[in-house]
Design a binder for this molecule. Structure first.
Ligand SMILES: [Zn+2]
Length: 167
């Protein structure tokens, strides 16, 4: 059964998390390298800043990055959804469902699955192989290839033009 209970805020949270390992000036960088450094990012995203939360978050990030890149199957995400509960409550009109999760890791995995269900194929790595970022393609034709047109898109265009003009 496909259950999709996440929101665009959850999508944004997932994308922000996936994009915490950018290449800056050619150097692969981790924006969440240890709990102390990650604390600001975690607070800004509504998470507690415990060591447990941080370690689950970076493990989930690695697992999700591998899944989105097609290097792993989704089964590697299993540990992060332990304890997730969907609870119904009856309203005057019907049922209302509340999703309970206890970690940012779980939130990210749930957002990934929500995208898999309602926007299949739209979460993907940037087509620039030197870029480690990801994108969610919201365009109608689903043809976006770059994390950012102004960064990778133009860079790749310039490179192609340069190759053509030399070759
Ligand atoms: Zn990129």
């Amino acid at each position: 059964m496909d259950v999709c209970v996440t929101t665009v805020e959850d999508d944004a949270f997932l994308l922000d998390l996936l994009n915490t390992t950018p290449v800056i000036d050619g150097v692969p960088t981790d924006l969440l390298p240890d709990r102390a450094t990650a604390a600001e990012w975690m607070s800004a995203h509504g998470l507690t800043t415990s060591t447990k939360e941080w370690s689950a978050l970076v493990e989930a990030r690695s697992a999700l990055q591998a899944v989105v890149r097609g290097e792993e199957t989704a089964q590697v995400l299993q540990p992060f959804v332990a304890g997730v509960r969907l609870t119904p409550s009856v309203t005057p009109d019907g049922l209302d469902w509340t999703l309970e999760h206890t970690s940012g890791a779980a939130r990210a995995v749930l957002a990934w699955d929500g995208l898999r269900i309602h926007s299949p194929g739209r979460l993907r790595p940037c087509a620039n192989t030197e870029c480690q970022l990801f994108l969610i393609d919201r365009s109608k034709p689903n043809t976006a290839r770059w994390c950012s047109m102004s960064l990778c898109g133009n860079r790749m265009k310039v490179r192609r033009h340069y190759r053509r003009s030399r070759g």
